[in-house]
Design a protein around this ligand. Structure first.
Ligand SMILES: C[S@@+](CC[C@H](N)C(=O)[O-])C[C@H]1O[C@@H](n2cnc3c(N)ncnc32)[C@H](O)[C@@H]1O
Length: 281
C-alpha cells in the first residue's frame, strides 16, 4: 500500500469540509488502513483507485462510506459511568423540578454514533423516574452517519456491547434476546427519535433543549469549527438548560458564553447570565 500525496490531500480536504474533522500530516497510514477494506469491498485494488473514483465518478454514496470509515464511532452504554450517575442524581432531578409546570423535557444526544448514548439516557428515564409518567419526554439522537443511525434505530447490540456498561438488572428488565444479541425494548426505543444532523452543516429547526449531550466529537474539530458548533448549541439550549461534553472537552477559552458548574463530580455547562446570577431553582 502506498497512498499518493494527492489522494491523501483529497481525503483530508473532503473530511474537513464535510465533517469538520482535522487530519494531521502524519495520518497517511491511518487513511490507508481505514480505507483499504472499503476499497476491496468496492472492487478496487488500492485506496488510490478508490480515491480516483471518488474524485471523478458519481460519488455521493461512496463519499458517505469514506466519511464513515474515517470517523471514529467508539461509544458505549453509560460511557465513563460517573456523568450518567450525576445526570440521574443531580441534573435530571433539578430539570424535572423546574419543568414540573410544563411536564415536558427535551434532551438531545448530538453525535450519538450507534445509539448507546441516547439509549443510556432513555434507560435512565425509564428505570429511575416513574414521576415522568404522563410527561412528554422527547429524546432526540443525531449523527452525521446514516449507517450509524440505521444501526442505532434498530437498537440491537451484541453481547460484548451490552457487556460494556449495561448493569445486569437493567439488561434483564429492558432488553430482549434477539439473534445472538440484545435488542432494547420497545418502551425504551419509543422515547428516542433518530435524525441525521451534520453539526458543521446548517441544522434543521429544533425544539429548545433542556439538556444537550455533545460528547467526544468536539475533539475532532479545529477551534473555529468548535466555536461555530457551540454558538449553535447556545441557540438551541434553554437559558437554564445544561450542556454535557466528553471528558476531554471543554468550552473554556472556546466559547465564554458558557460557564462550567459542578453536578456532583461531573462538570456541566450552562449559559452564563449577563449579571452573573445563579440559575433559578
Ligand atoms: C466517538 S463517537 C461519540 C459517540 C458518543 N457521543 C459517545 O460519546 O460515546 C463520535 C461520533 O460523532 C459523529 N460525528 C463526527 N463528525 C460529526 C459531524 N460533523 N456531525 C455530526 N456527527 C458527527 C461520528 O459519526 C461518530 O458517530
Amino acid at each position: 500500500m502506498s497512498l499518493s500525496a494527492a489522494s491523501f490531500e483529497y481525503v483530508r480536504q473532503v473530511l474537513r469540509e464535510r465533517t469538520g474533522h482535522q487530519l494531521g500530516d502524519d495520518k497517511v497510514y491511518l487513511v490507508e488502513t481505514r480505507l483499504f477494506p472499503l476499497a476491496r469491498q468496492c472492487g478496487f485494488d488500492s485506496v488510490d483507485e478508490l480515491v480516483q473514483h471518488l474524485r471523478w465518478g458519481p460519488r455521493s454514496e461512496l463519499l458517505q462510506q469514506v466519511l464513515d470509515a474515517m470517523t471514529i464511532s467508539e461509544t458505549s452504554f453509560f460511557r465513563d459511568g460517573r456523568p450518567f450517575d450525576d445526570l440521574r442524581e443531580v441534573v435530571l432531578p433539578e430539570l424535572i423540578r423546574r419543568r414540573a409546570g410544563e411536564r415536558r423535557l427535551h434532551i438531545w444526544s448530538a453525535a450519538c454514533a450507534s445509539g448507546q448514548e441516547p439509549y443510556s439516557l432513555a434507560l435512565l428515564v425509564c428505570a429511575g423516574f416513574p414521576e415522568l409518567d404522563g410527561w412528554t419526554v422527547h429524546l432526540l439522537a443525531s449523527d452525521q452517519s446514516r449507517a450509524m443511525l440505521a444501526r442505532a434505530r434498530r437498537g440491537w447490540f451484541s453481547t460484548l456491547e451490552v457487556g460494556r456498561g449495561v448493569p445486569a438488572d437493567v439488561l434483564e428488565r429492558f432488553f430482549r434476546r434477539v439473534d445472538d444479541g440484545w435488542q432494547v425494548g420497545r418502551e425504551v426505543r419509543r422515547l428516542v427519535e433518530f435524525l441525521p444532523i451534520n453539526l458543521v452543516e446548517p441544522w434543521p429547526a429544533l425544539p429548545r433543549m433542556d439538556l444537550v449531550l455533545l460528547r467526544n466529537v468536539l475533539i475532532y474539530f479545529d477551534l473555529p469549527t468548535k466555536q461555530r458548533v457551540l454558538a449553535q448549541v447556545r441557540r438551541v439550549l434553554r437559558p437554564d438548560g445544561y450542556l454535557l461534553l466528553g471528558g476531554a472537552e471543554t468550552t473554556h477559552n472556546i466559547d465564554d458564553a458558557f460557564e462550567a458548574v459542578s453536578a456532583g463530580a461531573t462538570t456541566v455547562y450552562r449559559l452564563r447570565r449577563p449579571n452573573g446570577d445563579a440559575a433559578p431553582d
